[in-house]
Ligand binder design. Structure first.
Ligand code: BDR
Ligand code: CA
Length: 363
């Protein structure tokens, strides 16, 4: 097993507290004078999830209350240790990490190892994490943190929304206490795993539906913007040139992933979309994305379309026409537009990379 940054992992356990470390190494980054946004980050770590965790934990605008892992890109047996590894790599061992759902709510798990590699980190071998998950499940931890600070916690879901849905299902009183749920998922312009569905919503459409129907303010950061934010050779060169454990790890994961995709598909792949880091970036600098009010419903029953985010900016979309043997005709759509979420419709990719790269390359 490669140990190219095992020295760093050990070093990160030494010395001052992680909060002190963050404050002392990244003082000039803060974009906001306001108190940091309190975040729970739920990931299926995953290559771009890994970069999102690194970005989140190196951003003083955010107070990461917990990082929780869910099955998705690869099974939970990988996403949880990968999450622990990334948290450990930043030295932020003060942040609790919890393991969550190993399967979607009602479906079998479909993974994306063809992109993320069998281990979820592009095939790069990392040392076993020393950091351990907390005893609570992800859903329990999410619930406890939200209930202890009603109205203050934003949940950022960058994997299938199973953990978030389980938390909402387990406590009907929880939703109104969540400040906001920001999700990487869905699309206004077609899917990436089926013509209709984006991967996270495809893996657990029922969970996505619970989140969008929860009444909690939801922001959807979908493929229509994330696929415009492509990390390529220029950004990789910057990461590789910086001789820091975080930038070296990020570069190694990303380069290895591009090579893995190239081998699998037999085509040259020079760029990778920064889906999850962009979603975290939006929390750090809201000017990266343009949002609009929308009404999104999640398809759960389609034979070819499950997980599709059906967006209609005027009103809830009308149901499909009823079967002749059905009992009742569907209601017509409401005449009045009442948005149920905000959807990202515009993005400034250059501005995003000006945010991301200094945070990954800083000493
Ligand atoms: C999403 O699916 C995963 O493969 C990525 O980590 C991202 O969250 C993009 O569709
Ligand atoms: Ca993800």
């Amino acid at each position: 097993m490669s140990s190219f940054f095992s020295d760093m992992s050990r070093r990160s356990f030494l010395g001052a507290s992680a909060a002190t470390l963050l404050a002392s190494t990244l003082p000039t980054f803060s974009l906001a004078a306001a108190a940091p946004r309190r975040i729970i980050l739920d990931c299926d770590t995953g290559v771009d999830d890994a970069i999102a965790i690194l970005l989140a934990l190196r951003s003083p605008e955010l107070k990461i209350e917990a990082v929780t892992a869910v099955a998705g890109n690869v099974p939970l047996a990988f996403t949880l240790p990968n999450t622990l590894r990334m948290v450990e790599l930043t030295g932020r061992t003060d942040v609790p990490v919890a393991g969550g759902a190993a399967t979607p709510l009602v479906r079998r798990l479909i993974t994306a190892s063809y992109v993320h590699g069998n281990n979820g980190l592009g095939g790069v071998d990392f040392p076993e994490p020393k950091l351990k998950p907390v005893a609570e499940s992800a859903g329990e931890l999410i619930g406890r943190i939200v209930r202890s600070s009603p109205g203050q916690i934003t949940i950022v879901g960058v994997g299938p929304l199973t953990n978030v849905a389980l938390a909402l299902k387990s406590d009907p009183e929880l939703g109104p206490q969540i400040k906001e749920i920001v999700v990487m998922g869905g699309s206004l312009t077609g899917g990436n795993i089926t013509p209709a569905a984006e991967f996270n919503f495809y893996v657990d459409p029922e969970a996505a539906r619970i989140v969008f129907d929860s009444g909690v303010p939801v922001t959807m950061v979908g493929l229509n913007v994330t696929q415009k934010v492509l990390l390529g050779e220029t950004q990789l060169a910057t990461l590789e040139a910086a001789d820091t454990p975080v930038s070296q790890a990020a570069a190694k994961i990303l380069r290895s992933t591009l090579e893995h995709i190239r081998k699998g598909r037999g085509v040259t792949v020079n760029t990778m979309a920064m889906h999850d880091p962009l979603t975290v970036g939006h929390l750090i600098d809201p000017t990266l994305l343009t949002l609009k009010d929308d009404y999104v419903q999640i398809e759960t029953s389609g034979e070819f379309t499950a997980g599709e985010s059906v967006a209609y900016e005027y009103a809830p979309a009308r149901l499909s026409s009823p079967m002749a043997t059905g009992q009742t005709a569907p209601e017509t759509s409401a005449a009045e537009f009442r948005p149920n979420c905000k959807v990202a419709v515009g993005v400034d990719p250059d501005k995003f990379f000006r945010l991301l790269l200094p945070r990954l390359t800083a000493a």
